[in-house]
Write a protein that binds this ligand. Structure first.
Ligand code: SF4
Length: 370
């Protein structure tokens, strides 16, 4: 089995009681079968508390005011951890903020942007992210796993990450190039010509950027505020988020250009692309995954721009981090929202290939003139 982690993986440290947004509130924590069985057997007063704090039908922890987990105490610490130790916690809590994508003989382990400590690590990183791998002797076979497609997706993602980290070009132009590559790769997946993907990758590696510049001659809108409408169709996890989105949508109409460092955008798009792109091996939809990474970055940029317009001053690093983890929570802590976004990538005019290319081209022009 091969294990891959980003180079910042070991930097993570939980902020515990100092966390500005605990991970023990706002979403349903699903309990794995092994932990449920363990909770049945705990004796004494704490055993009773556990049994009274679980929704046994839904297999989740009960929540109290503001969707706080039944074990989250007033100091924002976990009573289960304090009373019974980390081994008593369920798999979700033990694992978070680690996020694991599973493929045959491969585990890609990332840290979730939805954790404030992680969002800070990712956005403050100035060097391009690299991945570290380790292997052990474990072997597994997954019925029906399309290894041929998986290898092509891995190769494609590697080329995409190289493009995204090529700092010779404005970041929006790099994103446009990734979008165009995803579009070409998708057409080969659709027609079953996976073997042709290698040729496409070579073409892009040799400098497809010139072609993208030509494609980008058709400029779209400088601001991507229309993308905020996608959020209206998502399940709401945090009521404050819903209210804030309504305000941001108003403020995003302003022509305020926004002051978001190129580095933040690169780290953001790399995070989403790396985490989700190879999942296309299970549904064949590589273009939707690439669009999700690009659209997530554009939406976050719009949120930062709108927030700046509202405040009338440039956002601090901490404020950009906050918008990054709040956006990630709404998207990544909800399977319905992840599914909905993928549907939106295929069905909404705002996320069509020409429209996104237009937005990126217009933004790249602004980047160049700044
Ligand atoms: S969100 Fe991150 S920093 Fe905050 S309590 Fe959870 S793991 Fe710790």
């Amino acid at each position: 089995m091969r294990y891959t982690v980003p180079d910042y993986y070991k930097k993570f440290q939980c902020l515990a009681g100092f966390c500005p947004a605990t991970c023990c509130a706002g979403w349903q924590i699903v309990i794995d079968p092994k932990s449920l069985a363990r909770y049945h057997k705990v004796k004494g007063r704490f055993g009773n508390r556990i049994r009274n704090s679980v929704n046994w039908k839904e297999e989740t922890f009960l929540q109290y005011e503001k969707k706080r987990c039944a074990f989250l105490n007033e100091e924002n610490l976990c009573d289960m951890h304090i009373e019974a130790g980390p081994e008593m916690m369920c798999a979700t809590c033990r694992k978070y903020p680690r996020h694991i994508e599973e493929f045959e003989n491969e585990r890609e382990i990332t840290l979730s942007m939805s954790c404030p400590a992680v969002a800070k690590i990712i956005l403050e990183k100035q060097e391009p992210v690299t991945m570290r791998t380790a292997e052990d002797d474990r072997q597994e076979e997954e019925a029906g796993f399309d290894f041929f497609l998986y290898s092509a997706l891995q190769d494609t993602r590697e080329v995409m990450l190289n493009m995204l980290q090529n700092r010779k070009y404005p970041v929006h132009l790099r994103m446009a190039e990734v979008l165009a590559l995803a579009h070409d790769v998708q057409s080969r997946i659709r027609s079953g010509q996976i073997f042709e993907i290698e040729t496409i990758l070579t073409r892009y590696e040799k400098g497809e950027m010139a072609l993208i510049r030509k494609l980008c001659a058709e400029k779209g809108r400088v601001h991507a505020e229309e993308l905020l409408c996608l959020l209206d169709e998502w399940e709401v996890l945090d009521e404050h988020w819903k209210k804030d989105v309504a305000v941001w949508k108003q403020c995003a109409q302003s022509l305020h250009p926004g002051n978001i460092p190129e580095n933040d955008k690169e780290q953001m798009v790399v995070y989403y692309l790396y985490t989700y792109f190879c999942g296309a091996v299970y549904d064949g939809d590589a273009l939707a995954k690439a669009k999700m990474a690009i659209v997530s970055t554009l939406i976050w940029e719009e949120l930062c721009r709108a927030e700046e317009a509202q405040k009338g001053e440039i956002l601090s690093f901490e404020e950009r981090v906050e918008l990054a983890y709040r956006y990630s929570r709404e998207l990544e802590h909800s399977d319905p929202n992840l599914n909905q976004m993928e549907v939106q990538m295929n069905t909404r005019e705002e996320t069509s290939f020409p429209r996104l290319l237009g937005i990126l081209a217009a933004r790249a022009e602004v980047d160049r003139n700044e």
